[in-house]
Write a new protein. Structure first.
Length: 100
């Protein structure tokens, strides 16, 4: 370590940039965690719990809405959740139609 004089004074350094970076990291981690929960829940319910795909879809959307305040997610989360639900509905309906 270098010895000598330093201009550092404890408690005098501006930390607003660090706070914004950490806040962004926490928001991103929360969003990704909620996304993984929702994306993995439906296949777990369909293949693990043997629920019909539509029931699993409804349960997944309900869980997605209920975890919103816990993860402090905003309107973008609802848009993503709606888009995923529509996509899952289209895929599920198509697979059901092909299967007979």
């Amino acid at each position: 370590m270098a010895s000598g004089h330093s201009n550092y004074v404890s408690g005098e350094m501006p930390i607003q940039g660090h706070q914004k970076t950490f806040g962004g990291f926490i928001r991103t981690a929360s969003f990704c965690t909620a996304f993984l929960i929702v994306v993995l829940l439906m296949p777990i319910l369909v293949f693990g719990a043997q629920l019909p795909w539509f029931t699993a879809l409804v349960a997944t959307v309900v869980v997605g809405v209920l975890i919103t305040p816990a993860f402090k997610l905003g309107g973008g989360w609802y848009a993503l959740l709606f888009g995923l639900a529509v996509l899952a509905f289209i895929i599920g309906f198509g697979v059901s139609a092909l299967a007979g």
